[in-house]
Design a protein around this ligand. Structure first.
Ligand code: PLP
Length: 505
């Protein structure tokens, strides 16, 4: 494809992209195809000769779009949203154009420097304590990771290394000696990472990747599924009784099931009770709900991170208008990262890195090469401004409240399970006089959920919360509007009535 052909193709693609967004409200959200639908439509072997763009674009229309789940539809209310906006798409275009896997500052100074600047902007936008900024006296800073799962796994490896090295040094062993290395290996199997049973599965997976154990703290419905201090203390004491060393804990700001916010103040107070517990690495996973911190009414939550917290992550690619991937990770002490992850062969050495005057983000993440993701964040922050981001958060939270009020208004049909939060409502369908936790109620809720999703007019998710089969409705994507939220509620009511009538016949 030469420059003129690119110009024609790009214009055609952009027209198509705009039409795609415009057409979403009237489309089914989930496709009607069956598994394996694509293979018969695509040649078995790659083309020997190059093809025209028009032919390729036609196949996007006829073969790809019919197999898409439309995450950008205003009728997509499942999981958490994966947002995208036009400035963010432009960021991707430039990033692809410059393609510079900037592992070192020298590999493309603008990539590194813009990343540092936009992460500082984000720390300010989210009201994070100054200790997470790149100019903090404690040497903190932010880095863009692919996903929250990468961020958590990276922190766990770093926390593991910090813990075993500290221990070996405290025992008087000399760093780099064979005895030191042996001791690190001896210590690792006794390490245990913690979360609550509502913490996202990425923490358990991170423990697997870090080669350590994992234990969870049970959350209770009467505590709104939040992790509490008493429960944490009991698990820490159990670990001690089992001669295990807790080294890492994830606290959640917005759990995946119900958007619960763990009780940071009381959890941190428990960790202060014993010197060994004070050494536990505390990570805040705010993958989805962290976006809300741009609005002042949520700022009190961020004040809790000023002490007793080692790292924090949130995904702009969920609720903050930047497309996947844009996971922001902030650490209090960057040398924790670099001492664990810096391996510098001769071919990566250069004057700037050697003098320590620049950031080399390869030492802040698992991968070496990295995409220029700071651009799309910069474009979105500049196009919307903080006021635009706040307006998006407030509007979608308001839509969540509209939906929760509709659910409350039909207490004959529905029961809300946990406090609605961050544009998420979690509820069950009531079955006559059956108790909240009962097979009959669970079966009815499951039937309603499956009927609604099978019709494809909206897409929602279900989960099981403290034994209750529950439906989750999220109103937070970039296209969300009240008309669609109200329609979703009507669809749910109709489905309940239909199923109840069928049962009566
Ligand atoms: N943490 C929480 C609270 C989540 O809800 C999710 C996904 O929904 C994740 C982590 C994982 O996110 P990612 O897909 O960026 O790894």
């Amino acid at each position: 494809m030469d420059r003129d052909q690119f110009k024609t193709a790009a214009h055609a693609a952009i027209d198509d992209i705009i039409d795609y967004f415009d057409g979403l409200p009237s489309q089914r959200v989930i496709p009607t195809i069956e598994p394996g639908y694509l293979r018969p439509q695509i040649p078995d072997v790659p083309p020997e000769e190059g093809e025209e763009w028009a032919a390729i674009q036609a196949d996007v229309e006829s073969k790809i779009k019919p197999g898409l789940t439309h995450w950008q539809s205003p009728n997509f209310m499942a999981f958490f949203p994966a947002s995208v906006t036009y400035p963010s798409i432009l960021g991707e275009m430039y990033s692809a154009t410059f393609t510079a896997p900037a592992f070192n500052w020298l590999c493309s100074p603008a990539c590194t420097e813009l990343e540092t600047i936009v992460m500082d902007w984000m720390a300010m936008a989210l009201g994070l304590p100054g200790c997470f900024k790149s100019d903090s006296p404690n040497g903190g800073g932010g880095v863009i990771q692919n996903t929250a799962s990468d961020a958590v796994a990276t922190m766990m490896v770093v926390a593991r290394e910090r813990r075993v090295r500290e221990q070996a040094l405290a025992e008087g062993l000399v760093e780099g000696s064979p005895e030191f290395e042996d001791r690190l290996m001896d210590l690792r199997p006794r390490l245990v990472a913690l979360g609550s049973d509502q913490t996202h599965s990425s923490t358990a997976k991170g423990a697997l990747i870090a080669g350590t154990r994992y234990r969870s703290v049970a959350a209770r419905l009467e505590d709104n599924m939040e992790m509490t201090g008493d429960r944490l203390r009991a698990v820490l004491e159990r670990c001690e009784a089992d001669r295990l060393t807790p080294y890492f804990i994830t606290f959640s700001m917005g759990t995946t099931n119900t958007c619960a916010v763990d009780r940071f103040a009381e959890l941190k107070a428990v960790l202060r009770e014993k010197p060994a517990w004070q050494r536990i690495w505390v990570h805040i996973d705010a993958a989805y709900a962290g976006a809300a911190l741009v609005a002042e009414e949520y700022r009190a939550i961020a004040n809790e991170f000023a002490d007793g917290v080692d790292s924090f992550n949130m995904n702009m690619h969920k609720w903050l208008l930047v497309n996947f991937d844009a996971s922001c990770l902030f650490v209090r002490k960057r040398t924790d990262l670099t001492s664990a992850l810096d391996i510098t062969p001769a071919y990566l050495r250069n004057h700037y890195s050697d003098t320590g005057s620049v950031i080399d983000y390869r030492n802040w993440s698992m991968s070496l090469g990295r995409r220029f993701r700071a651009l799309k964040i910069w474009f979105v922050l500049r196009s919307y401004g903080l006021s635009g981001l706040r307006a998006h958060i407030r509007n979608t939270v308001r839509l969540g409240e509209v939906f929760a009020d509709l659910v409350r208004g039909r207490s004959d049909l529905f029961e809300i399970i946990t406090r609605p939060a961050f544009a998420l409502t979690v509820f069950r369908v009531k079955k006559d006089n059956a108790p909240t936790v009962s097979e009959e109620s669970n079966a009815l809720t499951r039937d309603v959920y499956e009927l609604v999703n099978s019709r494809g007019e909206i897409f929602i998710t279900s989960s099981v919360v403290a034994g209750v089969y529950a439906i989750r409705v999220v109103s937070a994507n970039a296209q969300a509007e009240e008309v669609y939220i109200r329609r979703a509620f009507d669809i749910l009511v109709k489905a309940v009535e239909e199923i109840q009538n069928n049962h009566r016949i």
